[in-house]
Design a protein around this ligand. Structure first.
Ligand SMILES: [Ca+2]
Length: 519
């Protein structure tokens, strides 16, 4: 089967794209955009190395959470959150500790996971734009390789449609962000009302599907709604952390010291939908926000546990490759901000775990810089195919082998201003293992440079320091080289539709509406 898979994938983007009808012009752009990262994939994927490290194709499960901060797992050192099943994945598999997204926003990141492509290449740069019909989702290739595939949960690209998308034999989804309770699900084209908390409901469907008799390998994409705002824990978890004492980040206070050297937009955002002074326009206070988020995340951890137990019961736990990842990070008061979009560490960094005893040594920890665009090439290679050249990511399988390898030296970042949430500017950046350079488009006061080794909380902007002048010049050049090489030298423009969350709040919010109403 592996050679059959290679016959259409080994030719890289060319063969795949022609098969799926990508026009020649687009194909030429894609070829022109083949990056050094793609080259590394080719180098690693020689005939002897490609494919799983065993005789047959593994079953694969990819579990995605929404908006999970990379430190919100017990195994990542969170002070009180209990995530026994995420910890189990890390203990029995691999914890990729330096994982990032290319754009910290739901739909763009999901499109990057599914296509292996950067946001400016797949074109999904906000939460409203649907993905182009000519692009291929990696599960479509898995189907051609003989996999049975299922999608369960939040899709979100093309906000208003929940219709089944290509690449999946089974489809359970909902419109846009969905609802925690009383969701209207689209199950293979039919509308069905959910009866439970959405994390439990999706897991029920996932397990029912996993347990079906089949003579083919399976691929499950379990895409949770949790933990997106407005948070709603499963009833069994509600209030679990009500009495914990929170520790606020040092950069949260509105002090001159905290905003020294920062661009003006950061302090301006404090009093907005995405700032601690008027968060979600007064729908909750910071402590409620933090605690309900943690409690809502517990249902995702439960879901992972149920999937792992199901695989064990089926006798598939040793040979199934299970991933767990967040679609973007989440800010908890750092620099006075909440939520995501910007390039500060809590926003662009995500949890990433993988388990497969036949493939990954238990307790593996890797610190190489990895990204959401790496998921598609990794899964395709695990399935025995060579990833298409047009994909921007790199297969992570070499990292699971436990040997030292030459890896990428930097990851790049992009975020495009949205009319719906106008408080965060268009942002580009590059992060090496030591430094982070952030460049804003249309912001004229200052760019940013941080020494991530000595200043992991990004408190001291070094951009103006004379000793870093050459470093800034070099990083700026690398950033533009990357944009140039990958076809990113333009700003995508979208028609403004819907409302703008651009209100300013009172100094003191007197009533927190969302949770007052839900009591
Ligand atoms: Ca998200």
């Amino acid at each position: 089967m592996r050679s059959a898979g290679k016959s259409f994938l080994a030719g890289g983007g060319d063969a795949c794209c022609r098969k799926e009808g990508i026009p020649g012009a687009v194909l030429r752009i894609l070829w022109a955009a083949v990056s050094s990262a793609s080259l590394a994939v080719l180098l690693w994927c020689g005939p002897s190395a490609a494919g799983p490290l065993r005789g047959e194709r593994p079953n694969i499960v990819f579990v995605l959470s929404d908006n999970q901060n990379w430190e919100f797992m017990s195994c990542a050192g969170h002070p009180f959150l209990e995530t026994p099943n995420m910890d189990r994945l890390a203990r029995e598999g691999a914890h990729l500790q330096n994982a990032f997204v290319t754009t910290a926003l739901c739909s763009p990141s999901r499109a990057s996971i599914l296509t292996g492509m950067l946001s400016h290449k797949h074109g999904v740069v906000d939460n409203q734009t649907d993905i182009r019909k000519d692009l291929v989702f990696f599960p479509q290739y898995l189907q051609q390789l003989g996999y049975r595939t299922a999608f369960m949960g939040k899709w979100h690209m093309g906000h208003d449609s929940d219709e089944p998308r290509p690449g999946f034999d089974k489809w359970v989804s909902f419109r846009g962000q969905g609802e925690y309770y009383n969701s209207t699900l689209n199950i293979d084209g039919k509308k069905v009302k959910s009866t439970k908390h959405i994390s439990d409901e999706l897991t029920d469907y996932a397990i029912e599907w996993l347990k079906q008799d089949r003579d083919k390998p399976f691929f499950l994409y379990l895409s949770h709604k949790a933990v997106h705002a407005m948070f709603a824990p499963a009833k069994r978890h509600l209030g679990k952390y009500e009495n914990v004492a929170l520790e606020y980040p040092a950069s949260m206070a509105d002090t001159e010291e905290n905003y020294h050297g920062k661009p003006a937009w950061v302090k301006e955002q404090r009093n907005s939908w995405h700032g601690v002074d008027y968060m979600y326009h007064g729908q909750m206070n910071f402590d409620t926000f933090y605690k309900r988020y943690c409690e809502t995340l517990l249902s995702v951890d439960d879901s992972i546990g149920r999937v792992l137990d199901c695989l064990k019961e089926m006798g598939q736990a040793e040979s199934t490759l299970v991933f767990y990842m967040g679609d973007n990070g989440f800010c908890f008061g750092e620099h006075g901000l909440i939520d995501k979009r910007h390039m500060y560490e809590p926003s662009m960094r995500v949890p990433l775990l993988a388990r497969c005893p036949e493939l990954i040594r238990p307790g593996t920890k890797r610190t190489e810089l990895v990204q959401n665009i790496d998921i598609a090439p990794t899964i395709l290679e695990a399935a025995g195919a060579q990833p298409p050249k047009y994909m921007d990511g790199m297969s992570l399988l070499p990292l699971f082998s436990g040997v030292d390898i030459i890896w990428r030296a930097a990851v790049f970042y992009e975020y495009y201003w949205e009319a719906a949430f106008p408080q965060t500017p268009t942002t580009f950046g590059v992060r090496t293992d030591r430094y982070k350079f952030i460049h804003y488009h249309g912001i004229w006061d200052t760019d940013e440079l941080y020494d991530m080794q000595n200043d992991p909380d990004e408190m001291h902007n070094l951009i103006g320091q004379p000793e870093h002048k050459q470093l800034v010049t070099d990083l700026r050049e690398r950033l533009y080289d990357w944009l140039d090489r990958t076809g990113g030298m333009q700003i995508p423009l979208r028609r403004e539709t819907g409302g703008r969350s651009d209100k300013r709040g009172p100094k003191q919010v007197k009533q927190y509406k969302h949770y007052e109403q839900s009591k």
